[in-house]
Design a protein around this ligand. Structure first.
Ligand SMILES: [Zn+2]
Length: 295
């Protein structure tokens, strides 16, 4: 090395400059910045590796370490939201559904479009006023008799928005699945109302029960829903429902009447169009694919 420096003064100068700059600022950033970092500082992991050259030759040298990037907290928040979205179990086809993308023009009848427009507005207002709604423990009850009218889609959109905007913990279940899950935990043992899964449904910050007006209700179903909903009402926890019976007519399903009286207190009823768009969607999807097949 010294040989080289003697032979080439320019090389010597470069080496000296490098040495001086390391002496004045011996900390080198090892992480290559990438576009994955919004600040273009780290490689998208939220961490920046650094090395202190001045400590290179010390015994027990700790000359390399990592520091949090400015993007770290944002990244953790994002991951937390993703984790929550995963846990929430929104139906996969609606996992990216937004209130904005809820298309009222999918309905063919003009009165359906009107009803859908009102429902969409209510959904958007609900989301933007969620903190107030949460204070009162008020959820929504999306109703239409017709299946496939967009209830599940709209309630999924609301759920997605609540998780993304407010970071709420949320569980999304079809009423039948909720019952099945609870039944499984009993396993023939004595029924315990304090079962872990019931605790979960009682306590989760926001619970979405899709299709609450199950076809065949049983004593068991009625007991479980009363148990969960009474607790949630008492503790002002938000529950969102969809159903193909009005809240008043839920008495035909849960005959004791205690379930519908709880739902009435804890949710605002929103009417959905009495028109199915599910079939139309399948149809237009087919049309798209037929274009590929037949040109
Ligand atoms: Zn970063």
């Amino acid at each position: 090395m010294e040989q080289m420096m003697k032979q080439d003064p320019r090389f010597a100068k470069r080496m000296n400059d490098a040495k001086k700059s390391l002496e004045s600022n011996p900390v080198e950033i090892l992480t290559l910045p990438s576009d994955k970092c919004p600040y273009h500082k780290c490689d998208g992991t939220g961490w920046i590796w650094k090395r202190d050259w001045s400590k290179r030759h010390l015994p027990n040298k700790k000359d390399e370490w990592q520091e949090q990037c400015d993007c770290y907290e944002q990244l953790m928040k994002q991951r937390e939201i993703e984790r929550k979205l995963d846990l929430a179990q929104i139906p996969p086809i609606f996992k990216d559904a937004t209130v904005n993308s809820f298309d009222v023009n999918l309905y063919k009848q003009s009165d359906s479009r009107e009803t859908a427009t009102t429902a969409k507005k209510a959904a958007a207002n609900y989301v933007s006023n969620f903190k107030t709604m949460q204070e009162y423990g008020k959820g929504l009850y999306l109703f239409s008799e017709v299946k496939g009218s967009g209830k599940t889609r709209l309630v999924s959109s609301i759920a997605n928005a609540l998780m993304k905007m407010y970071g709420v913990d949320l569980a999304f279940l079809k009423a039948d699945d909720l019952l099945t899950q609870i039944k499984k935990t009993f396993n023939g043992k004595t029924e315990s109302t304090e079962s872990e899964i019931i605790q979960l449904f009682r306590n989760v910050e926001v619970l979405v029960i899709d299709d609450i007006a199950v076809e065949k209700s049983t004593d068991f179903a009625e007991r479980v829903f009363f148990n969960v909903l009474d607790y949630r009402l008492e503790h002002k926890k938000v529950t969102l429902f969809t159903g193909n019976k009005t809240i008043d007519n839920l008495g035909n399903v849960y005959i004791e009447g205690r379930v519908s009286s709880r739902i009435k207190k804890m949710s605002l009823e929103v009417y959905m169009p009495e028109e199915s768009i599910r079939d139309d969607e399948a149809e237009s999807e087919n049309k798209e694919l037929e274009k590929i097949l037949f040109g």
